[in-house]
Each structure stands twice: as C-alpha cells, then as structure tokens.
Design a protein around this ligand. Structure first.
Ligand code: ATP
Ligand code: MG
Length: 397
C-alpha cells in the first residue's frame, strides 16, 4: 500500500539510494521479475553498517544491529522488517561458515551468492537490473546454475547442495543443470558436516513447495539422502508423488510434515528416529509418529479425528494405499471442529450417582456411544443417554 511505499521511500532516501548507494538484491528481485509475491525485501548497500545505523536513527527509523559483524542491520518499518546488508566478499570459508570482509564492489557481492538467479540486483530509483552472471537468461529458461564452479561453491558452503535442489524445485524447468547435479552427487557426504537443524530447515522448505516430488526423486537417485536420511527409499518417493497428486486433486494446501511422513517407511520407530536426528520439535515428532502408525483407518473419519486429532486423521487418510472413499472422508473433515460432550461428572452425580470410579466409567461409555452415534449436539439426548447409564448403575447396586 501507499503507506508502506512511503516508509520504504524514506528508508531508501536515508540510504542515499538515489546516488546508487543501495539496491534491492536476491530473492526480491528474482521474484518481482517472475511476477511472484515478494516475501522479504533485502537491501544491499555500499555504506558501512555503523553508517547505516546512524543514518536511520537520524531519520527516526527504528533499526536493530541484528548481525552487524556480518554487515546486516534490520530496519523495522511499520509494515515489517527489512534487512540491510553491507556489500561483502568471502575471505575464507570452511563449508559451514564464512569469514567476510566489507566491499564496495557490487559484482563482488553478487559473486559470493549461490545461484545466478539469486545474484540479480536492482536500482530502486531507476529500476535498472544488474545481472553479472547471466541470471536473467537462466530465470527465463528455468535454469538453476551455480555462480562459478559448483564443486568449489559446495566446498565453501555445503548447505548449497540442498539449496540447489530447493531452488530447482521452485524455479527449474526441465532437466537440472548437469555440472550442478554432478557436484551435488559427488559431495553428498559433505552434508554430514552440517548441523541437523539446518538440514531439516532446508528439507522442510523444499517439501513445503507446491511440487517437490520430481526433485526429491532426483535427489534420491543421486544418493543425496543416503548419508543423513537413509530411511528415504524408492517407495517413499512414490508415496510422495501419490500424496501430492491427492493434495492437488482435493485442493488441499501443502503440508510439509505430512510430506516428510510420506517419504518415511510406515514404521513409528523409524519416524521417531528421524524426528530426533533432525531435531524436530516434540509436536512434529508426535505428528510423524502418528502418521507412521498404521494399520490404515477405515470407518467414519470423524471418529478417527476425534480420537487422534484432525490433522493427524488427515495425515493417515491421505497416506493410505487406496483412494477409495478419500474425497468423502476429506470433505467430512473439511471444516470439522472437535465437538465437546456436553456432560460432566458433576452432571452424573446430580443424577444421583455416588462419587467414585463409576463416574469416569459412565462418562466414557456415554462419550463412546455419543461419538459412534454421530456426535449429536442435542444436549437433551446426551442427558437421556447418561440417565440410562446412571439408572442402570443404581439398579445394579
Ligand atoms: P526465499 O524466498 O526462499 O527467502 P531468497 O532468495 O530470498 O529466497 P534466502 O535464503 O532468503 O533466499 O537468501 C537471500 C539471498 O542471499 C539469496 O537470494 C542469495 O543471493 C543469498 N544466499 C543465501 N544463502 C546463501 C548461501 N548459502 N550461499 C550463497 N548465497 C546465499
Ligand atoms: Mg529470503
């Protein structure tokens, strides 16, 4: 909106963008050229980080020194944060992190980026695009290419193996770049040197894309998963294809954990091991284990959802071997909210039942009959059901 634009203009003025001191860089330029929504705006600048801080403060723009040693500060605009990073070059790298020096050379800053399509920059005033490595051409042709020698770029930062596949899944058309594939294949073992969190993060970002399955297949064939996720085998890739096809057919949004579950064998122990290895949250672990817990469900999907949760029920339904009844089951859970049994232990006691183990037993029995009978929201019917049980218990005494 115009307000966000005005704030952005003030920021650009503070950075002296008019004279070419600041440009938009990276994903924002790429995504704008493709007419895609821009998620986060990154600005690069010739100005040194301290200078950026001073200039923004002088204009009452809130600024946080988020990574000032690496040249990054964050301007907090009302519309959202914007990262501003001083031009850099790599001095040394060890595959996991880089030591950098500040630079005033735009080409040098572009050269340390990973892929040509990620190395474009744009002048905010004129809109001119700067393309030092053929990124525009690659963008047009759906080609994800490393800048420079892929083997060397992967040696500098092993995460780029996974980034390559993620960006290929997102922007690639046709076969992947040959030299990049060769290098990723040859260096797959390097992934072991990375932290599991970073691997998990990249993998889940890939799985959250609209169509990850063809790329995951490429990765499996190239042995990319073997070092870190040997559980992923051919059958898993087939299940991922099937799951994403079902999501498309049913109009369901991508669900990265469900997709990861599809890749894993239907074995709760294996799912738990993967979740632990990838340092996933406890919640994610539970979800993966639930999804891996076959036998596969049949019957009223709402009963399943009531028992294990809606998302977990959707996981199991969508991961089943069969399409039979799937569309109806998904429709039944479309806007499903967990119904509540309108009955408490206090209600039973008010009906004459004595406090004790019978209270819980009867509550459970009523809950079972109520759920199996279709979760009636008729409170009177539930009370009548409860009264029958209470009367029976009093009679038996
Ligand atoms: P997304 O929409 O996924 O955020 P993005 O292009 O903005 O896409 P980021 O991971 O946010 O990707 O990184 C921003 C930019 O920083 C990239 O476009 C790329 O130029 C550079 N970059 C990020 N990670 C690396 C890396 N590991 N090696 C080299 N350059 C990188
Ligand atoms: Mg980004």
């Amino acid at each position: 909106g115009w307000r966000a634009q005005a704030d952005l203009n003030a920021l650009l003025a503070a950075l002296d963008a008019e004279s070419g001191a600041a440009r938009f860089v990276g994903g924002a330029v790429r995504d704008t050229l493709l007419d895609l929504a821009v998620s986060d705006l990154d600005i690069a600048t010739r100005l040194l980080p301290d200078d950026v801080m001073t200039r923004l403060k002088a204009r009452d723009i809130r600024v946080i020194p988020t990574g000032i040693d690496h040249g990054t500060v964050t301007a907090v605009l009302p519309h959202g944060p914007i990262e501003i990073t001083t031009l850099r070059r790599d001095v040394s790298t060890d595959g996991r992190r880089a030591t950098i020096a500040f630079s005033d050379d735009w080409r040098e800053d572009a050269a340390r980026r990973d892929f040509t399509i990620n190395a474009l920059s744009a002048d905010p005033s004129s809109g001119e695009i700067f393309d030092y490595f053929g990124g525009l051409d690659d963008l047009r042709n759906g080609r994800v290419r490393f800048i420079g020698d892929p083997l060397q770029r992967i040696a500098e930062d092993h995460l780029r193996i996974l980034r390559f596949f993620r960006f290929h899944a997102r922007f690639g058309r046709g076969a992947p770049d040959g030299p990049a594939m060769d290098a990723c294949t040859a260096r797959a073992n390097d992934l072991m040197a990375l932290s599991r969190e970073r691997i998990a993060d990249e993998l889940l970002k890939l799985l959250a894309l609209p169509h990850p399955a063809p790329t995951v297949k490429l990765m499996a064939e190239a042995g990319i998963f073997r070092p870190v996720l040997p559980e992923i085998e051919e059958g898993g890739v087939e299940r991922l294809f099937r799951l994403t096809a079902r999501e498309t057919a049913l109009g369901l949004p991508p669900e990265k954990l469900r997709r990861l579950a599809a890749l894993l064998p239907p074995d709760p122990a294996a799912a738990a091991a993967v979740a632990a290895r990838l340092r996933l949250s406890n919640k994610a672990l539970k979800r993966l284990v639930s999804a891996a817990s076959w036998p596969q469900p049949a019957g009223d999907p709402r009963l399943l959802a009531y028992a294990i949760g809606r998302d977990e029920a959707l996981d199991r339904l969508l991961l089943r071997d069969t399409d039979e009844g799937l569309a109806d089951a998904i429709a039944a859970l479309g806007d499903w909210e967990r119904p509540r049994l309108a009955l408490s232990g206090g209600d039973l006691i008010a009906m004459g039942l004595e406090p004790g183990p019978a209270v819980a037993r009867i509550l459970q029995a009523v809950e079972r009959e109520w759920s199996e009978g279709g979760f009636s929201d008729d409170g009177e019917a539930v009370r009548a059901l409860a009264r029958r049980h209470v009367d029976e218990a009093l009679r038996d005494k």
